[in-house]
Design a protein around this ligand. Structure first.
Ligand code: DLL
Length: 433
């Protein structure tokens, strides 16, 4: 279902007018209220009067994650503090967290985009949504909660973890929709199998999964194990949380809520804008936010934009599912490798689980060495060393041909790689030690 056809199916030219008017307001408001942006625009000799078309956005300054950290906690606030009604943060691995402070209008925007997102996955007031994204400073739990409530569905605010209880509730309350990270969705299938629960016989028919990279093959695996349709949803704390873009039934890229979040793709090295269809770093401008609006925020996520019409009737630009991040891209002997490519290849290999860990070491020769730990399926894990050895060699061969680099594969026992209830950790980098 299309939640808001007026905006989601708007004619392109009309949308551009809307985006332009909103961008001008934003630039004016940021100049007036946020010293950080006033300085940046003064340095470039720019004001909102220099914006004549939406393309002029390229003249405006970027905002980086470091800018957010340096202005922690309230430096980028653009409205009086007493208008803030909710705060979220994401911590990442180093430094201060990045903060998003919401006014009531910002929360309304979030409700709107999450309702669009979940409606596109088929959620209606008749659904029972088991929400196993974490609740708290993380945006996943509250975001899906707001979306489900806006659609009038029943929400089970489970948060992540306590898998036995998740499975009990799933059965006893007849959940029809699941929202969580894809890795947690898979983990629950393992626990269910162990407990003798056949998930395919339950009423679950759809799910919205995101917050971490996952592959097309992982989607197929989730769909098969649950007997449901699995949709990709994307977002980041700094911009609003989940709800920036989402898949429709065509599952051919993620529709961006571009009346609210203006996307661009740039070359991460030069900052130059790239044409549609070309892969680069995704950049967002929040067109209508009030609390902590951002100009040209560099997400570090890599994708490309697609403007071809979609069969669902929405006219919004789509982004390809993420290829990775500029900061988790591994450069191994000059070759760019993303963990998601490894995952995509692994699921095609009979006998392995989509559970893996990439361990990077600096070898004696001072070259980077990659060890790929792969979990073997329970029924494949025999004592026949010959079988395991041939499986190991097979994986090494596949990796060599798909990634163009040599990877040392180590097969590990079923369930020995640590499971996550939130975002999975796929890379251990020992090279700094
Ligand atoms: O992960 C928001 C979210 C919650 C999205 C629930 C979807 C569902 P952060 O914790 O700030 O926010 O992390 C944002 O996670 O820049 C991407 O690198 C990654 N990410 C988010 N969604 C996807 C996805 C939330 N569908 C960062 N595919 C982003 C791949 C994703 N990566």
């Amino acid at each position: 279902m299309i939640f808001n056809p007026e905006y989601e199916c708007m004619e392109a030219e009309m949308r551009q007018h809307l985006q332009l008017a909103r961008l001008k307001n934003l630039a004016e408001m940021l100049y007036a209220n946020v010293p950080f942006y006033r300085r940046k625009m003064d340095d470039l000799g720019l004001s909102s009067r220099d914006i004549h078309s939406i393309e002029d956005i390229a003249r405006l300054p970027f905002t980086s994650k470091d800018d957010l950290r340096e202005n922690y906690p309230h430096g980028l606030l653009a409205c009086p503090k007493d208008r803030i009604v909710e705060v979220h943060m994401s911590s990442g691995t180093t430094g201060k967290p990045v903060v998003d402070e919401y006014t009531q209008n910002d929360i309304n925007i979030w409700r709107e985009v999450m309702a669009r997102t979940m409606a596109a996955a088929g959620c209606t007031k008749d659904d029972i949504v088991q929400n196993c994204y974490g609740y708290g400073l993380f945006t996943g739990g509250p975001g899906a909660h707001y979306g489900a409530m806006t659609l009038g569905a029943e929400v089970l605010p489970m948060s992540s973890g306590n898998t036995a209880r998740q499975l009990m509730v799933m059965q006893d309350f007849g959940s029809t929709m699941l929202t969580c990270t894809p890795s947690y969705a898979l983990y629950m299938t393992e626990e269910a199998a162990e407990a003798g629960i056949d998930l395919r016989t339950l009423p679950l028919s759809k799910g919205c999964f995101g917050a971490e990279p996952w592959s097309e093959n992982m989607r197929k695996e989730i769909e098969k194990r649950y007997g449901m349709k699995a949709y990709d949803i994307y977002g980041l704390t700094e911009i609003v949380g989940p709800g920036i873009s989402f898949e429709c039934e065509a599952q051919d890229g993620l529709h961006i809520n571009e009346d609210l979040f203006y996307p661009e793709i740039i070359d991460p090295a030069t900052g130059k804008r790239l044409p549609d269809g070309e892969k680069g770093e995704l950049v967002f401008t929040t067109l209508t936010k009030e609390g902590t609006p951002l100009l040209r925020y560099r997400t570090r996520d890599i994708t490309y934009l697609m403007r071809e019409p979609c069969s669902c009737g929405r006219t919004t630009v789509r982004m390809h599912r993420l290829f990775g991040r500029t900061d988790d891209m591994l450069i191994i002997r000059g070759v760019n490798v993303f963990p998601s490519q490894i995952e995509q290849a692994l699921i095609e290999i009979e006998g392995t689980e989509p559970q893996y860990l990439i361990v990077l070491n600096r070898g004696e020769s001072h070259l980077d060495e990659v060890e790929l730990q792969v979990e073997v399926k329970k029924d494949f894990f025999s004592d026949e060393t010959r079988d395991l050895e041939s499986l190991r060699r097979k994986i090494e061969g596949v990796m060599k041909s798909k990634l163009q680099i040599g990877v040392k594969v180590r097969l590990v026992e079923p369930k020995s790689i640590e499971r996550s209830i939130g975002k999975a950790k796929r890379v251990v980098d020992n090279r700094q030690i």
